[in-house]
Design a protein around this ligand. Sequence first.
Ligand code: NAP
Length: 182
Amino acid sequence: MYYTASTLNGFLADEENSLAWLFAVESDGTPELSTQLGDVGADVMGSTTYEWVLREERLLEQPGRWQELEYLGDRPTFVFTSRDLPRPDGADVRFLRGPVAAALPEIAAAAGGRDVWLLGGGDLAGQFWEAGALDEIQVSIAPATLPGGAPLLPRRIGPDALRLRRAERFGQFAHLTYDVVR
Ligand SMILES: NC(=O)c1ccc[n+]([C@@H]2O[C@H](COP(=O)([O-])OP(=O)(O)OC[C@H]3O[C@@H](n4cnc5c(N)ncnc54)[C@H](OP(=O)(O)O)[C@@H]3O)[C@@H](O)[C@H]2O)c1
């Protein structure tokens, strides 16, 4: 499941990887993340997202903070990177590189039959799509646009492959849930 927030014109972050446009949006009525996500057994993200989380949440400076954050917790988290990156003390962070298809068995085993939450970014979501491993997209669309930045899903995927299952309103967000069909 690829679950993320996006600008109205399809960006996850601006050119400086800032989410200021997102945090400025009124989100009253947004259910608990756990309610929306369901039963997640493992998280997956790319290194830009990981480094953003480390930096913004100051996770390297605060041992134990990773586990306290609702959107991270004690689930195994897989980070795709070709580099050697730091890992916060005590966090179950596992680094992967190379084709997504080759990593799928390890991710599925860690999730233990539960869902896998792909946090981003968009190209990594595209790699999961190409590997046939993207089954659901949930996107919260913010009332904001950007001139450029990190794209939501830079692949050509047609309406034959996406089925709108649910459209909800959370404050100023339009929250759309799509099934990915093959
Ligand atoms: N709006 C939201 O809710 C939301 C959600 C998620 C993320 N974000 C933000 O959106 C931006 C996303 O950044 P991004 O598009 O650059 O994506 P990203 O997926 O976070 O990071 C991309 C990087 O991951 C590594 N990578 C990707 N696939 C790989 C593979 N198969 N093997 C090895 N390494 C691989 C590469 O870096 P290296 O090999 O150099 O490490 C690549 O440059 C970030 O600013 C993030 O904070 C926003």
